[in-house]
Write a protein that binds this ligand. Structure first.
Ligand SMILES: Nc1nc2c(ncn2[C@@H]2O[C@H](COP(=O)(O)OP(=O)(O)O)[C@@H](O)[C@H]2O)c(=O)[nH]1
Ligand SMILES: [Mg+2]
Length: 293
């Protein structure tokens, strides 16, 4: 008997959705940072076991739409609720319950979606607070399961996978067993560069940055040649990303190249350019061009 189904991971920004996806799938398919709104699109991560195949979707965090980009991000969250077998609502056990959490609970009541509540980051809270927390959430909705986990430390993830499989229908796999994401290498490369920019910058920059891979040349046997444009909104932000005498950009390049080489399993020649594109987050045409494969 082979189980197979679609499972979406939703929750507030920073609750650990992308960390969970990567650790469930065992590959880095979705970038992680301590800045909210890192994930901008729905990203599939596929776990194939001998008992079944689970197709996870990582989503942008539930948040108030401001820019056109934010509006699109919230639309992608709604899209991720269509036709799924199970929803995983991730909450940060160390944070107070917020209107964002309530919003998702209302949404799943309305759509009658079967849902697990995952209390994440239990490594950060004292053990004795766990039971009262479980009781509080149990009172808010009839979740199919409530599972305390640490996505970061991989605590309880085996149990989680077993519980998910139990609730999925029987069926054939949707993807070949060696495939772990629906994303092209080109997309993953751009995201790795963006992750390194997020890691090294602060304040408004994470939200104002996007990356486009302009050259992905595999014609040489020994090295992949990559060019990426890092877009920011202002000249002052460009200066920050480049850094004094180019030091920041150099560091971003070194770290990105290391991750890209392990992703592609090949040596990489990476060139980064920083470009200013005012108000790109409200530019529908530009946003369309970014989501081209
Ligand atoms: N201590 C701890 N930190 C975590 C855990 N899961 C995620 N994080 C951290 O929380 C931050 C946000 O994680 P991320 O996966 O990007 O959250 P997302 O916005 O929901 O996708 C990162 O700094 C992660 O390292 C966890 O179980 N324990
Ligand atoms: Mg994320």
């Amino acid at each position: 008997m082979f189980k197979s189904g679609f499972v979406s991971i939703v929750g507030r920004p920073n609750s650990g959705k992308s960390t969970l996806l990567n650790h469930l799938v065992g590959e880095k398919v979705s970038i992680v940072s301590d800045k909210p709104q890192t994930t901008r699109e729905n990203i599939l991560g596929i776990l194939t076991l001998k008992e079944g195949q689970i197709v996870f979707t990582d989503t942008p965090g539930i948040h108030k739409p401001g820019h056109e980009l934010n509006r699109r991000m919230m639309q992608t969250v709604y899209d991720a609720l269509e036709g799924i077998d199970l929803l995983l609502l991730l909450v940060d056990a160390a944070a107070v319950f917020g209107s964002g959490d309530q919003y998702v609970i209302d949404l799943l009541k309305e759509r009658r979606l079967p849902a697990f509540l995952l209390l994440n980051k239990i490594d950060l809270i004292p053990k004795e607070t766990l039971l009262p927390l479980i009781a509080t959430y149990a009172g808010k909705h009839s979740f199919v399961e409530i599972v305390p986990i640490s996505a970061l430390k991989k605590d309880n993830l085996d149990l989680l996978v077993r519980l998910i499989l139990k609730h999925l229908p029987e069926g054939p796999p949707h993807y070949p067993e060696e495939q772990f994401t629906d994303r092209h290498e080109r997309f993953l490369v751009g995201e790795i560069v963006r992750e390194k920019v997020l890691l090294h910058t602060r304040e408004e920059l994470p939200y104002s940055t996007t990356v486009q891979v302009t050259r992905f040349d595999e014609s040489r046997p020994e090295v992949v040649v990559l060019n990426c444009d890092i877009f920011v909104e202002k000249e002052s932000q460009k200066k920050i990303v480049i850094g004094t005498q180019g030091q920041m950009l150099k560091q971003i390049g070194i770290e990105a190249r290391a991750d890209i080489e392990s992703l592609l399993g090949k040596r990489v020649y990476l060139e980064l350019y920083v470009r200013v594109k005012p108000k790109w987050r409200d530019d529908a045409g530009f946003l369309d061009s970014l989501s081209q494969p």
